[in-house]
Structures are given as C-alpha cells and as structure tokens.
Design a protein around this ligand. Structure first.
Ligand SMILES: Cc1cc2nc3c(=O)[nH]c(=O)nc-3n(C[C@H](O)[C@H](O)[C@H](O)COP(=O)(O)OP(=O)(O)OC[C@H]3O[C@@H](n4cnc5c(N)ncnc54)[C@H](O)[C@@H]3O)c2cc1C
Length: 370
C-alpha cells in the first residue's frame, strides 16, 4: 500500500491534520485504539482558537466565561460577557474530525499500531496481522510516548508530569472554572475544577496522586462521588528535532504543549496548519521555523513555570494581591487570551503601577518573563 502521507496517531492533532490534507493528497491515518477518545483530558479549549481553527461544534459540552482564582488565603474573579473557553467531549471531538477527514477522502486504519520503520516503510500491526505502508511523508502524532519520535532518535529536554482527572458530582457554577494555586497542597502544579454542567465538574492536577486526593477533601468534594477517573501524562519542554528526513512530529509527540496549563490541543492544531502547508509544498524544511509563534509561547510558558517552581506560597500570595487588584483585573478582562498568555503578561507590564508592584515582589520574575 502506498500513500502521499501516512499519519500515525488519530488523536486531535493527527485527525485535524488529516482534515487539512484530505482531498489534496492521498492520506491515511493509523490509530492503535479501536475507537476514538478516552484519554485523560479536561477538554478546555480557548473559544477564540476553537472558532478560528474550525473545531467541531458537536463536541462542546459547556461554555465558560470566567474563572475564580484561589490561593491559600485569598481569591479573585475574572469574568467576561462572552464565553472565553469551551469544554469539549474528547471522544466526539476526535470522531467528528475523523468523520470530516474520511468524507474528504482520507483512509483510516483503526485498531492498528505502528511498530517502527523498515526500509523506509511503516510497519503496522492489526490484531495478529503485520503489514507495511509506504508513504512520501510520515507524521508522528502518536502522543507524548511517541514511537515515531523514538524511531527518529528525537531527544527530550523536558519535564514529564503525571496528570490525574476525575469527573465529580457536586454543585458547581456552570460558566466559571476554578483555579487553585496552593504550593503547600501541590508544589508541582495548580488544581482545576472545570464544570461540564451544574452537577458535574472535571477536577484535576499534575504531580503526585496524594496531592490530588488532598485537594478533593480541601475543596469539599467527596472522593466517593467520582463517576470517572483518568490518569495521563504531559511533557513540558522541547523534543528535538521535529523533522528528520521525510518524517515529522506533531502535537504531543513534538511536545507542542502549553507549559503554563499543559493544554496541547490548540498548539497541535496550529502546527498542523504549518505542517500541512510544508507537506503540500513537498518540503518539510520550513515546518519547525513556521511554528515560531507556538515555539515562542512554549518558551514563555517554560519561563513562567520556572518562576512558579522557585516561588514560595508567600510569594504566590503577593502575586495574587497584585493580580486581584481592580487595575490588574481590568487589564486581564480586556486582554486575556486563553492561548496567548504572553499577550496578557505584556498588557499587565505596560501598567507602571502593576509593573512596579510585580518588580517589588521579584525582580527576577519580571526579568525572566520579559
Ligand atoms: C490530565 C490531563 C488534562 C488535560 N487537559 C487538557 C485541556 O483541558 N485542554 C487541552 O488542550 N489539553 C489538555 N491536555 C493535553 C491534551 O490531552 C493533549 O495535548 C492532546 O491530547 C494532544 O493531542 P495529540 O493528538 O497530539 O495526542 P494524543 O491525544 O495523545 O493522541 C495520540 C493518538 O495516537 C495514538 N497512538 C499512540 N501510539 C500509537 C502507535 N504506535 N500507533 C498508532 N497509534 C498510536 C493514540 O492511541 C492516540 O489516539 C490534558 C492532558 C492531561 C494528561
């Protein structure tokens, strides 16, 4: 069998790329699972990016127009009139993208695992049958633990974190997500409580499982009211290279993940557009450099993460005091962009009073971020 492009991995990134290439080239997708979805993922996607990227509306479960930020001792709220982020059902999201790609002409091999390259061909396994597909280009969109990345000898300069997420029954404010930053409960990451409805929220964090358990109690949620629990992992940092010969990495396989929130759906899709263009032009050479906006966001996010890791809870309380002030909240409410935190930070830094207050807390914080 021969194709122009073989995409390995039918997650959000692989399926989205397939929708961009279907009808323009002969495309096939191999997905090792027998059905789509099922991965640990809260499914939050910035509303602006969602619309711009043309993601499937059928997958939207809830729309969020604000967030309440909690530290150990204080809280503040950011709200807007229009929804800022959507919560999606990952199964529907992936299935709808795959349907779109198939209607456009892509071939799907479900329940089929890529096991490696041999003589320039992809070796695949379906049940007990082993077969090969040859393609002009191969794309590894096969998750953080990418076999394709391993095959091309890609190296990591990254921090790998385990994530836990549960759907918990309770009583929630439907259009607001909660973000809890308490290093004493979890030194590795923040906690989120993201409603999918008034009575169910997705609650999660990255780091140690004990931290997740402690938080449930702290937040007043009942560990025996969990209707679904999932664990997964993310890699925050760099995997290099993204391209080797006629093979490219995409999405989590390339660690195209926002280090501030560990969200990867949007970055993977943005890079899919650049990769589609490179593949159609027949030259992968431009792919990495054309993703410069995503690379800049990753780089900024890694600096924010470094500052967060070095900060005490006392420091976080001071940052909360500044960000919770009327002036800061006004700026955030005007400029906050779910997928462009650099823009929000730059808008805050343009306000002399806010900049001075942040400088007073930690000059190195401002230096690192600017
Ligand atoms: C707890 C948690 C919460 C998260 N919350 C969010 C969130 O709210 N918003 C957000 O944007 N991101 C979130 N993420 C990150 C998000 O899940 C990923 O960035 C996203 O799934 C990446 O999509 P992908 O297509 O690159 O990879 P994946 O979703 O991992 O898809 C890869 C696909 O490749 C398949 N595959 C793997 N190996 C092979 C193989 N050898 N052969 C064939 N197929 C293979 C897999 O079965 C899978 O279907 C979260 C992650 C975790 C762990």
């Amino acid at each position: 069998m021969r194709y122009d492009v073989l995409i390995i991995g039918g997650g959000p990134a692989g399926n989205y790329l397939a929708t961009l290439l279907a009808g323009k080239m002969d495309v096939a997708v191999v997905e090792k699972k027998a059905s789509f979805g099922g991965k640990a993922c809260t499914g939050i996607i910035g509303a602006e990016s969602f619309e711009k990227l043309g993601f499937p509306k059928e997958a939207v479960l809830n729309k969020l127009r604000g967030a309440v930020f909690y530290s150990k001792i204080q809280s503040f709220e950011i709200k807007r009139k229009a929804p800022q982020a959507y919560v999606v059902d990952r199964k529907t999201f992936e299935r709808e993208l795959a349907k779109r790609a198939i209607k456009g002409g892509a071939d799907y091999f479900i329940g089929t695992t890529f096991t490696g390259f041999r003589n320039g061909k992809a070796r695949l396994q379906h049940l007990k049958e082993t077969f090969e597909i040859e393609a002009d280009f191969y794309v590894g969109a096969d998750s953080v633990a990418s076999t394709v990345a391993r095959e091309i000898g890609a190296r990591n300069e990254a921090e790998f974190l385990k994530g836990y997420e549960a759907e918990v029954v309770g009583s929630f404010r439907r259009d607001f997500t909660e973000v809890w930053v308490n290093r004493e409960l979890n030194p590795d990451f923040f906690f989120w409580v993201t409603p999918v409805s008034e009575d169910v929220a997705r609650v999660g964090t990255f780091g140690e499982f004990e931290a997740f358990r402690r938080f449930l109690t702290e937040r007043g949620l009942n560990p025996t009211s969990i209707v679904e629990f999932k664990a997964g992992s993310v890699g925050l940092g760099w995997r290099k290279p993204w391209v080797s010969g006629n093979v490219a990495l995409l999405g989590d396989a390339a660690l195209q993940i926002k280090p501030t929130t560990a969200g990867g759906i949007v970055f993977g899709a943005v890079c899919a557009h650049h990769l589609a263009r490179a593949v159609i032009e027949g030259d992968l050479g431009s792919y990495e450099s054309s993703c410069s906006a995503v690379r800049k966001q990753i780089s900024f996010g890694l600096r924010v993460r470094k500052v967060f890791r070095g900060m005490s809870q006392e420091g976080i309380e001071k940052v909360f005091e500044v960000l919770g002030s009327d002036e800061a909240r006004e700026v955030i409410e005007e400029y906050a962009d779910f997928d462009d935190h650099l823009r929000t930070f730059r808008a805050l830094a343009k306000k002399p009073r806010l900049l001075a207050a942040l400088l007073k807390i930690s000059p190195s914080l401002i230096r690192a971020l600017l």
